[in-house]
Design a protein. Structure first.
Length: 133
């Protein structure tokens, strides 16, 4: 978005396509919001979003599996830092709960499949073959 055209962006369907301009300004009674007002709104009312919280499982995985292979100049990055004991226990608990849930779902699916197989066997009997003589 250019400063001389606030609220107007350029979009491309692909990297080689020609850009198409889209006006994102709000239309009130068929009139577009004035560029000066859009600039003021961006400056005074637009708030920065805080980054999302770090995922305990992802932090543990990055530290244990990726950190050993990171180049030396990036070893001290917060991305690969060891999670606290609390985060480690949270990650392990979440992983264990997910495993138990998946096992329970697999057991239920297996029981349903077995039950369907028994019901199908009870009701459907193969048609006897006729001789072609």
């Amino acid at each position: 978005m250019d400063k001389d055209q606030p609220g107007v962006v350029q979009c491309r369907k692909g990297p080689d396509d020609e850009p198409v301009q889209q006006d994102l300004r709000r239309k009130v009674d068929g009139l577009l919001t004035e560029p000066e007002k859009v600039s003021r709104m961006f400056m005074h009312f637009l708030e920065d979003l805080s980054p999302p919280p770090l995922n305990a499982e992802k932090m543990l995985e990055l530290h244990s599996k990726i950190h050993p292979y990171v180049p030396d100049e990036f070893q001290d990055s917060f991305i690969y830092a060891a999670p606290s004991e609390q985060l480690q226990t949270d990650a392990k608990t979440a992983k264990q709960a997910r495993r138990e849930h998946r096992a329970a779902m697999a057991a239920t699916a297996k029981a349903n499949q077995d039950r369907r197989g028994r019901e199908a066997d009870d009701e459907a009997r193969p048609t006897p073959k006729k001789s072609r003589n």
